[in-house]
Design a binder for this molecule. Sequence first.
Ligand SMILES: Nc1ncnc2c1ncn2[C@@H]1O[C@H](COP(=O)(O)OP(=O)(O)OP(=O)(O)O)[C@@H](O)[C@H]1O
Ligand SMILES: [Mg+2]
Length: 82
Amino acid sequence: MKTGRSEEGWVQVAVEDTGPGISEENLSRLFTPFFSTKPPGEGTGLGLFICRQIAERMGGRIDVRSRPGEGATFILSLKPAG
Ligand SMILES: Nc1ncnc2c1ncn2[C@@H]1O[C@H](COP(=O)(O)OP(=O)(O)OP(=O)(O)O)[C@@H](O)[C@H]1O
Ligand SMILES: [Mg+2]
C-alpha cells in the first residue's frame, strides 16, 4: 500500500497486487454491478461497485490501473478535509 497526493492535492491510497491483471475489455466493466469473472455462485460482482459508490459519496473516486500479467493497482482518491 502506498499513500500520496495527486497533482490537485487529493489524498491518495494505492493498493497493488501481483495477481493475473485485468484485460482491457474487463477494465471497462469492472465497476459495473454484477460483473464478475468468478464461477457462478462465487462472486456477486458487487464488491468494486459498492467500493466506488462509497468513495463517490464521500466526494472521492476509485480508479484502477492494470494490464494482463502485470497485477493490478486500485487508487482511492479523497479530497483533503477543510
Ligand atoms: N485485483 C484484481 N485483479 C484482477 N481482477 C480483478 C481484481 N479485482 C477485481 N477483479 C475483476 O473484477 C471483477 C469484479 O470484481 P468485484 O469485486 O466487483 O466482484 P467479484 O470479486 O467478482 O465478486 P465479490 O466482490 O462479490 O466477491 C472480478 O470478478 C474480477 O474479474
Ligand atoms: Mg470482489
